[in-house]
Design a protein around this ligand. Structure first.
Ligand SMILES: [Fe+2]
Ligand SMILES: [Fe+2]
Length: 255
């Protein structure tokens, strides 16, 4: 006869472990629906059920103690250090752009082009990333970050950009972008900032070298000159995308 543990699926065991960890914490930490969707579940736990499972505890309404502590008035650099799961690709991409002699807007666009991938969500990351940075950067930078979502699927030999071999490897030889991406590409083609977005793609595909030496310090001045840091702290201001940064600050807050 199987023991109970052996009979549990891997995902049951992960849930049990998570449950155990939750009991160690002072507050009830909730997963939003999106986190559950990513586990293949269309479900959420209501407040009453959660409190019944964790008697005597309140919902978490602030910082998640399991995550690195952010300063009181966080800057973009703090997010790089404490919230971005990986920065090598962004730094390599921006370093390429810097060495190629591109202007600061192009360098910043490269530095931030996958900001959504490393901190928020992969799907439509160009759109999410652009929205996150839009209130704080020149319109050229956020436009380019948004457009790279579509442009990277379409070659432009004149700019030195071929369809990436990596995409054939990742998505298979028959992958076709969705119709909305094709339409976005057509619109972007004639936009005055087309080349800025195209340069994101050009600097992008070379930027996965695990041995490349890169340093965020090289970009502190460029960020300082081109990213409008709100005095209240990034996310604690009243910009139209401040709530997105707050969500990264406090991703498990109950409401
Ligand atoms: Fe990207
Ligand atoms: Fe990228």
């Amino acid at each position: 006869m199987q023991t109970q543990t052996a009979a549990m699926t891997l995902s049951d065991r992960a849930d049990a472990l998570e449950e155990h960890m939750m009991h160690e914490l002072e507050h009830i930490i909730t997963k939003s629906v999106l986190f559950n969707l990513a586990d293949g579940k269309v479900e959420m736990e209501g407040g009453a059920a959660l409190q019944a499972k964790h008697p005597g505890k309140y919902m978490l309404m602030g910082a998640d103690p399991r995550l690195p502590q952010m300063p009181e008035k966080p800057t973009l650099i703090d997010y790089f250090k404490c919230r971005f799961a990986s920065t090598a690709h962004l730094l390599q991409s921006a370093t390429h752009a810097l060495k190629a002699g591109h202007n600061e807007k192009v360098v910043l666009a490269c530095l931030l082009h996958d900001v959504a991938v490393v901190s928020f969500i992969r799907c439509d990351h160009g759109y999410w990333g652009a929205q996150m940075i839009e209130p704080y950067v020149d319109e050229e930078v956020s436009w380019a970050v948004r457009a790279h979502q579509a442009l990277r699927f379409f070659p432009d030999e004149s700019a030195g950009y071929a369809y990436p071999d990596m995409y054939v490897k990742y998505f298979g030889p028959d992958y076709q972008p969705e119709p909305y991406i094709v339409e976005e590409y057509k619109r972007a083609r004639n936009h005055r900032h087309y080349m800025t977005a195209r340069l994101i793609c050009v600097n992008d595909i070379y930027s996965f070298d695990p041995n490349a030496k890169v340093n965020l310090d090289d970009f502190v001045d460029i960020i300082g000159r081109n990213f409008k840091q709100p005095k209240e702290g990034l996310g604690l201001d009243s910009s139209p995308s401040a709530h997105m940064w707050r969500t990264m600050l406090w991703p498990t807050r109950f409401l």
